[in-house]
Design a protein around this ligand. Structure first.
Ligand SMILES: Cc1ncc(COP(=O)(O)O)c(C=O)c1O
Length: 389
């Protein structure tokens, strides 16, 4: 089956956070949204069918995860990422944000330190800080248009931390980490006896020339200290169903994690798990095609910025549908950057939210129909040219 990602679907008035009028306004002056990280694509028919069957039955009492769900999630890891996962290693949680908070509470004490690489997806530091943990940042460095780890800095800071929160593929820089990078990070964590949470929610969307490698698949030693978090939400446009997969090979870490999960009574709704099972069983062709479509969107956007938009340099994504933009060439003070995009008629995510220190970056979500993307880029072009001439 061929999926049509070019189709523009109106999401307004449909409880979409990205398209909600409280964030983008309404009428002729509504902003075009390129912020929250979900795609505007319809999910696959098998997911819709599984959900309709559930809704049609009409009884929504207490549930258990579908029996086939762990096997479907394990199949996906094996087939798509070459990661062998035992079903007993898997638990299901609401979103991955929830898994981050749970891991922080299960594996560290108040006042202990959590290590992250900035700029980073906001909940990495927000969840840790809300739980009363110290956050240590090891910033990534932008070298020749690509974000790199500063391994010396990371090794120094690892000495003071208990838990490392890794994001791979990385939001917002859209890096897909190489085997060598993962091995270096893993070795430093082993030397310092750090536990690791690896957020691999973007793992299915990786572009030509790159391959996602689950950290825990590198060695049994790394698997023993790693919690891998993943989810069908980005790949199959089911983020609103709030269900994620948490893979914990080590029985003692799993016990501690589940204890906190149960203490806080965190469960997923049945619809999220029904959708997950269907997506992981039937979603291979969809995932292949959405990746190809997004890669073409990425190429279109990068080319458009380079040819037509002065003052903004795109950081070419290796994975994800997130385009990290270096806007320093616009010559705007940091507090004016978001206003620049708003005046141009778009909503992007401001880079400061990810603890990017210069305030000169923004993130553009290109998980939309090409026509919507082109419309947005044309608005940015007009505003940049009006500013820079
Ligand atoms: C890296 C990363 N982790 C987690 C999430 C959120 O995951 P969930 O919706 O499962 O809480 C996002 C959403 O943008 C993300 O980019």
């Amino acid at each position: 089956m061929t999926y049509d990602f070019d189709r523009v679907i109106d999401r307004r008035g449909r409880n979409s956070a990205k398209w909600d009028r409280r964030f983008i306004g309404e009428g002729e002056n509504a902003l075009l949204p390129f912020w929250v990280a979900d795609t505007d694509f319809e999910t696959l028919p098998e997911v819709k069918q599984a959900l309709s069957d559930c809704v049609e039955h009409g009884i929504f009492g207490y549930t258990l995860p579908p029996e086939g769900c762990p096997a479907a999630a394990a199949r996906w890891q094996q087939v798509r990422h070459g990661f062998h996962v035992e079903e007993e290693w898997i638990s299901f949680l609401a979103g991955i944000d929830c898994a981050i908070a749970t891991a922080v509470q299960a594996l560290t004490q108040p006042g202990e330190a959590v290590l992250i690489n900035t700029p980073i997806y906001t909940p990495f530091f927000e969840m840790a800080e809300r739980c009363g943990r110290q956050v240590i940042e090891s910033p990534m460095r932008l070298i020749n248009g690509r974000y790199e780890f500063d391994f010396d800095d990371f090794a120094q800071k690892a000495k003071q931390a208990k838990l490392f929160l890794l994001c791979n593929p990385h939001n917002p820089t859209a890096r897909c980490l190489t085997r060598e990078e993962l091995e270096k990070l893993g070795a430093i964590c082993e030397e310092n006896d750090l536990l690791i949470l690896c957020d691999e929610i973007h793992a299915d969307i990786v572009f030509d020339g790159h391959r996602h490698i689950p950290l825990a698949s590198l060695s049994p030693e790394l698997a023993r200290r790693t919690i891998t978090c993943t989810s069908p939400s980005k790949t199959f446009s089911v983020a609103g169903l709030v269900a994620s997969v948490i893979i914990i090979p080590d029985p003692e870490i799993r016990r501690r994690f589940i204890e906190v999960k149960e203490r806080n009574s965190i469960n997923t709704g049945i619809l999220g798990l029904v959708a997950m099972e269907a997506a992981y069983l039937h979603g291979d062709a969809y995932a292949d095609q959405v990746c190809r479509y997004l890669q073409a969107n990425r190429d279109f956007a990068v080319d458009f910025f380079r040819k037509n938009i002065p003052g903004i340099t795109p950081i070419v994504p290796e994975a994800t549908f997130l385009l990290w933009l270096d806007c320093s060439g616009l010559g705007l003070p940091r507090e004016k950057l978001e206003g620049f995009f708003t005046s141009a008629g778009l909503r992007l995510s401001g880079g400061s939210a990810y603890r990017e220190p210069t305030g000169q970056f923004a993130r553009l979500n290109f998980g939309c129909a090409r026509a919507t993307l082109e419309q947005g880029l044309t608005r940015i072009e007009a505003a940049a040219k009006a500013r820079l001439g």
